[in-house]
Design a protein around this ligand. Structure first.
Ligand code: 5GP
Ligand code: ZN
Length: 113
């Protein structure tokens, strides 16, 4: 989608440090990490947020969750991680292309909000 930051990362017009890529999804390191390991996992298909998940695209979401353990392990996370998807304004979603944050590599705060 035009003017979508993460679509530009997918097409390579904006560079990223990749953690995993295949024909359906891309995982790359967050530019402003909130944990020692902070990876964003995105579908290559533009989906605006978790609020746009439906019966037509849910197989891609399932596929992302199939790959998250592989991505986390390959990134060196050994003792657990947090998966976050900010959805909409109250959750402070800043990039409107669905993404799942993987945060790990240290003990995380016990509060999420
Ligand atoms: P959100 O706030 O929408 O949940 O998360 C967006 C994330 O994208 C933020 O953690 C932010 O640091 C990250 N981000 C924004 N722009 C870029 C960029 O150009 N490259 C990378 N790698 N991450 C970005
Ligand atoms: Zn997009």
């Amino acid at each position: 989608m035009k003017n979508c930051l993460f679509c530009k990362i997918i097409d390579g017009s904006i560079p990223s440090k990749k953690a995993y890529e295949d024909e359906k999804i891309l995982a790359f390191y967050d530019i402003n990490p909130q944990a020692p390991v902070h990876i964003l996992v995105i579908p290559k298909e533009h989906i605006g947020s978790a609020d746009e998940i439906d019966e037509k695209n849910s197989a891609t979401i399932s596929y992302i969750f199939e790959k998250i353990p592989v991505i986390a392990k390959n990134a060196g996370i050994t003792n657990g991680y947090r998966i976050i998807s900010n959805c909409g304004d109250d959750a402070c979603q800043s990039v409107h292309h669905l993404h799942f944050h993987i945060l790990g590599g240290a003990q995380l705060a016990d509060k999420m909000a």
